[in-house]
Design a protein around this ligand. Structure first.
Ligand code: UT7
Length: 324
């Protein structure tokens, strides 16, 4: 059996830079509060690009760095919580925009863990026969579902997309293991409301507010436990020690969450990649955006082992042990 290697990465961010001071003109908050509680200094908000546009631009860069032809793609998976339509899926929109006519395309909904879930799904498809190359994208326009009147959430999120090209390969390395989990019974603590049944035969009491709401403290507690747990899980199951891991790439939600993981795992902060100060929380896009920045900066070399770890709505979580 071959390996599943990442051979290219890309990213695209919302074009408008929105600082904490800008947010303070919308809700009762301050740069001091946001910086000290989250580490976020600014975020990128989309003005003209919808979810599939951000995803496509990230994909174009990933295809370029992978040095492949778009027609080589057999599979496109987009992880998103903020698709621009129920159907077509964002992945089908991306397929059309790229002209990737040989690819099977569909979306995955696993909130901030979406990229981890999607990599796991793609690696199950990639058999070296019918499926040789996959495009996996995390893409979000969270500014669409953020409640801009709720200061406890609207300061946190940003828009963007990150992409990776996966290839079935006989060469050593790639995805060593993936661990994922879900707990639907805790779904309420991070949700966007629900659509009630509405048709000519029932009277709907749908108030129509499908904005994001979050029990911040509960999600915080969940996050600080699940990151060390997921990281330890992929290490233990593969008999690999933390010392062998060059970087941990966490979902970019809150600096204090990463700090807590650093203490619990006894891994110094400089081995965690952090860019949430620039982009805020971009949900499914945060890990692939980080990965592309690291790749571009030459921080990861062939043979390096890294761990990607995510958590979020659902609740969902997961970690990927990867050899570059
Ligand atoms: O990818 C999804 C994952 N989501 C997360 O990882 C989020 C996890 N949770 C968190 O990161 C944190 O819980 C938050 C950053 C959301 C909140 O931080 P906190 O330290 O838990 O603050 P808090 O909710 O306990 O609020 C403390 C105070 C409250 O005021 P009182 O009741 O003490 O008077 C809030 O009303 O801070 C107030 N507050 C704000 N003040 C200024 C809440 N939001 C703001 C704000 N600006 N933006």
């Amino acid at each position: 059996m071959g390996n599943i290697r990442i051979i290219g990465t890309g990213r695209c961010l919302g074009e408008k830079v929105v600082s904490n001071d800008d947010i303070a003109t919308i809700v009762d908050t301050s740069d001091q509060w946001i910086t000290s509680r989250t580490g976020i200094k600014e975020r990128r908000i989309s003005i003209s690009k919808n979810t599939s546009d951000l995803a496509t631009d990230a994909a174009i860069k990933a295809i370029k760095t992978a040095e492949i032809d778009v027609l080589d793609l057999d599979l496109i998976i987009v992880a998103t919580t903020t698709p621009e339509s129920f159907t077509p899926s964002t992945a089908c929109l991306v397929q059309a925009k790229l002209g990737a006519e040989n690819a099977v395309a569909f979306d995955i909904s696993a909130a901030c863990s979406g990229f981890i879930y999607s990599i796991n799904c793609a690696r199950k498809f990639l058999d070296g026969i019918r499926f040789k190359k996959a495009l996996v994208v995390g893409a979000e326009v969270l500014s669409r579902i953020v409640d801009w009147k709720d200061r406890s959430t609207c300061v946190l999120f940003g828009d963007g997309a990150g992409a990776a090209i996966l290839e079935y390969s006989e060469e050593a390395g790639g995805v060593i293991d993936v661990y994922i989990g879900s707990n639907g019974s805790k779904g309420k603590c991070l949700n966007t409301g629900r659509f009630n049944i509405e048709n000519p035969f029932v009277k709907s009491d749908d108030v129509g507010n499908h904005k994001l709401s979050m029990a911040g403290k509960e999600v915080f507690k969940f996050a600080v436990n699940i990151i060390p747990y997921s990281v330890s899980k992929v290490l233990e199951e593969n008999s690999i020690s933390l010392d062998e891991i060059k970087y941990i790439v966490p979902h970019q939600a809150n600096y204090r969450i990463v700090e807590s993981a650093s203490k619990r795992l006894k891994v110094p902060m400089d081995r965690f990649y952090i860019n949430l100060n620039k982009y805020g929380n971009t949900s499914a896009a945060s890990i692939p955006i980080a990965l592309d920045e690291m790749n571009e900066k030459g921080m990861i070399n062939k043979g390096d082992k890294i761990i990607l770890v995510g958590f979020g709505g659902g609740l969902t979580w997961g970690a990927i042990l990867l050899q570059w």
